[in-house]
Each structure stands twice: as structure tokens, then as C-alpha cells.
Design a protein around this ligand. Structure first.
Ligand code: ZN
Ligand code: ZN
Length: 451
């Protein structure tokens, strides 16, 4: 059957029903081997057509043609909102973004290099125990083979790799496996030849495993067993199943673990080395590299002053009766004099003022006419109070007002590296990804030449 657009697509890129962003369901043809300029008023969808349709679709098709293994390292692009794109060749896009090339650029600030580093570390990073820094060797295929030879000698086994599939993509997955030369799968516990089910896929799909090999465990077959186990781990992304009989199966998992400390490391993946991804970002600073906290030294900028003279800056302009009643109640409870320089107040009083009274309830007195009322409550402290105000601040002015008491410090957990310790447990020629990304581009170039 002749394809509908066969003559057109040799000469044109044919686009039908493009609706991405501002595009209003447009059809068009763009001639091949010409220099085509897209013009139009701003907001008419020029960039959507060029980047979100043509470039994205070309990239998406290219990525789809890669192996599952390679694909997991590449950000998947969504299918653009378009009915049809034909006659498209692989695409590249050049954006007119300006890259500042100043001598202080580090590898980390040039994102393309950092992305390359993430791949490098995912593939070649050496794992170290985060606690004892011992190198963790990963010879799991070998361990698995030894285990099989020791505990399953002479057993007739099947080596299976679990793969992910659902009823929607099962057919595609099966066809791909068939093309790759696999013959059998186990679907929900039953063994099938792939061709038996690739055309009649069941409605519900649970567990799918590929049969990698069937063999009898025998020390003389060590190299074949090793090959099968290695292949099974690769296909199963670190997992394999040894099936001895329908009710006797064993799951093996490749793991990065320190036997001494009992610590497991995650599989190194490019995501693990990204501070923009929860898998890699330092949990304390969310990958920012610094922590912001209210700093007592900024709040009490001159400890020679007394509270009455305005030692506590956020309280500088407070002078209502209620405020002084509260202050006097605190002074009475913590036994300090509000006319004394702040630095000379008792330690307990200073801490309570800044960080709150904790669980301690303080009697607060206030006066209405000649009557004195008292009620006991905790004192929240200036810093927790400022924190709450910052959370509730709505205007930029309010925020600015509060930010003068905030100091940015390198994150105390990741030391400013922005990554979680698991990511920093992998090294390449002795350096962590953070060590390399803080090098200048020139230093990194020299270093890479030397390794
Ligand atoms: Zn250890
Ligand atoms: Zn951090």
C-alpha cells in the first residue's frame, strides 16, 4: 500500500494539526534542503513550531530508537500535540542563548559538561562506603554464580530477568524482545514462547520475566552460568530470578553495600548525581547548597546596648504598653534587668529571648486599670517568631525587612556541595563529582587529560 504522503515527504516535512501552545491546529509543509525562516508576530507560535514540534518530535524519535538501557539516561520528551509529522530527519536545535564565558566559570556552571559528568559517574563511578570510605567492589554476578554453584549444584534452573510491562505496552515489549532474539517469557508464572502471546496479549498483566537461559548448575559450566547471570542482571536492571521449580524461586539483587557497616548505596544513575532531582539533592538544603537561618548576631547587632536602648533590633520600635508588660514579665521570670547591656544578661535569659522558653510556662502580667491579670504561657522566642513572620510575609518589603536578620551559610550537611552523601560516595579517579564540578573549566580540562 502506497503511503499517503510518500511523494510529499521526499520533498517536504509535512505537519498536520499542530496545536502545541499557541499553535491553532495548523497544517503546513516545509521544503527539504532549503533554508526556511519562520516569521510572525510575537506569541504566534514560531518557537512552538520550531522547538516544541519539529525539534522535540525529531529528538523523541531519535530517543525511541535507542536501547532501553541508553534511554534511561536521557530525559524523555513528551510527544508534542500534533496529529502528524512526516518527512522529518533527526533534528538539532541551536538556541540564541548567551553563555557567559568568564574565567571563573566552573564545570558545574556549564550545564552541558555537568550532564556529561553525571553520565560518567553513573557508568564509571567507584562506590565507597559513606561511613568507612572503603571501596565497595561490585562483583555481584560472580557472587551470584558462587552462590548457585554452592547451594544449587546439579539443579535444573531457569535464569529470568524481570522486566516492566503493562497491558498497554506488553505487545510492543514482546515484539522488541523477539527482535532481540529472546524466545521465551514467563508471564504471571506461566512460561510462553513469545510468538504464542505477542499477537494475543492478555488483558491483565502482572509479572513479566524474560527467560535468559535454561541450564543445569555444574562447576564445569561456570563461564556459561556467569554469562547468563551477567546478561540477566543487565536486562533486569540489577535483578534476576532463579527458578528451580514452579514453587522454588529465588530473587537475586545487585546491590552496592558495605558488609562491614551494613550500609546500602543506591544504584548510580545520572539522577543520583543531580542536585535538581530529589534522588540526588541534599535533603537538608534541597540541593541549594546553603542554608538560610536567622542569625542572633544580626538580631543583636550591638550587645553593648540594653534591651530598652534597642539591643534587639526587631524590637527597636516597639514601645506599646502591652509590649513592655510582656518584657517586664520575662525580666521578672528570668531575673534580668532590661536596662543592662544585652551581653551582661544571664545566659538562660538570652537563650529564652532568642529561642523561646521551650516547655516552660511563664506568668505574664497585664494591668487593666487597677486590676492585675495573670496568665501562664510559653514564650515562643524572637527567632521562631521571625521565622513565622517570614512564612506569612506577603509583600517584598515585609520579606526584605526580615531578611536583614538572615545569614546564608553553606549547608551544614552537604558542605555546600548540594548533593546527598550517597552521591558523594562515588568517585572517579579519586574525585567526587562535586570535586570536579568546582574546578574551573581549564583545570578540569588539564585533569581529564591526565587521567
Ligand atoms: Zn563501611
Ligand atoms: Zn545541603
Amino acid at each position: 500500500m502506497a503511503r499517503k504522503h510518500s511523494t510529499d515527504t521526499r520533498k517536504y516535512i509535512v505537519i498536520k494539526g499542530a496545536r502545541q501552545h499557541n499553535l491553532k491546529n495548523i497544517d503546513l509543509k516545509i521544503p527539504h534542503n532549503t533554508f526556511t525562516v519562520i516569521t510572525g508576530p510575537s506569541g504566534s507560535g514560531k518557537s512552538s513550531l520550531a522547538f516544541d514540534i519539529l525539534y522535540a518530535e525529531g529528538q523523541r524519535r531519535y530517543i525511541e530508537s535507542l536501547s532501553t538501557y541508553a534511554r534511561q539516561f536521557i530525559e524523555q520528551l513528551d510527544k508534542p500535540d500534533v496529529d502528524l509529522v512526516e518527512g522529518l530527519s533527526p533534528t538539532i536545535a541551536i538556541e540564541n542563548k548567551q553563555i557567559a564565558t568568564n574565567p571563573r566559570s566552573t564545570v558545574g556552571t556549564v550545564t552541558e559538561i555537568y550532564d556529561f559528568l553525571r553520565l560518567l559517574f553513573a557508568r564509571l563511578g567507584k562506590a565507597h562506603c559513606p561511613a568507612c570510605r572503603r571501596e565497595i567492589r561490585i562483583s555481584y554476578a560472580e557472587d551470584t554464580v558462587n552462590e548457585l554453584l554452592k547451594n544449587h549444584d546439579r539443579a535444573k534452573i531457569m535464569v529470568l530477568s524481570p522486566v516492566r510491562a503493562d497491558s498497554k505496552n506488553l505487545r510492543k515489549v514482546l515484539q522488541k524482545l523477539e527482535r532481540e532474539g529472546f524466545i521465551r517469557v514467563r508471564l504471571d508464572g506461566k512460561i510462553y514462547e513469545i510468538h504464542e502471546i505477542s499477537n494475543h496479549v492478555p488483558d491483565t498483566v502482572g509479572r513479566l520475566e524474560i527467560v535468559i537461559d535454561r541450564l543445569v548448575v555444574d562447576p564445569r559450566k561456570r563461564s556459561r552460568i556467569t554469562d547468563s547471570v551477567e546478561l540477566a542482571y543487565r536486562i533486569g536492571e540489577g535483578k534476576l530470578v532463579i527458578l528451580e521449580s514452579p514453587d522454588k524461586e529465588f530473587l537475586f539483587t545487585e546491590k552496592y553495600a558495605c558488609d562491614l557497616c551494613g550500609i546500602n548505596l543506591p544504584e548510580p544513575s545520572p539522577r543520583l548525581f543531580s542536585f535538581n532531582n530529589p534522588e540526588g539533592a541534599c535533603p537538608r538544603c534541597d540541593g541549594l547548597g546553603f542554608e538560610e537561618s536567622f542569625d542572633p548576631e544580626l538580631i543583636i547587632s550591638n550587645p553593648e546596648l540594653s534591651i530598652r536602648e534597642g539591643a534587639i533590633l526587631p524590637w527597636e520600635n516597639k514601645n506599646s504598653v502591652t509590649f513592655y508588660e510582656q518584657l517586664e514579665s520575662l525580666a521578672r521570670h528570668y531575673k534580668f534587668d532590661i536596662n543592662l547591656p544585652f551581653k551582661d544578661l544571664p545566659k538562660r535569659a538570652k537563650e529564652a529571648l532568642l529561642f523561646g522558653s521551650g516547655n516552660e510556662e511563664i506568668p505574664f502580667y497585664h494591668y487593666r486599670g487597677n486590676r492585675r491579670f495573670v496568665h501562664k504561657r510559653r514564650f515562643p522566642g524572637i527567632i521562631p517568631f521571625l521565622k513565622q513572620k517570614l512564612e506569612e510575609a506577603k509583600t517584598l518589603e515585609e520579606k526584605k525587612e526580615l531578611e536583614q536578620y538572615i545569614r546564608k551559610n553553606p549547608c551544614s550537611l552537604c558542605n555546600g556541595t548540594r548533593l546527598k552523601k550517597e552521591a558523594l560516595s562515588f568517585t572517579y579517579h579519586g574525585l567526587t563529582i562535586s570535586d570536579i564540578s568546582t574546578m574551573s573549566v581549564k583545570e578540569a580540562h588539564e585533569w581529564f587529560k591526565s587521567v
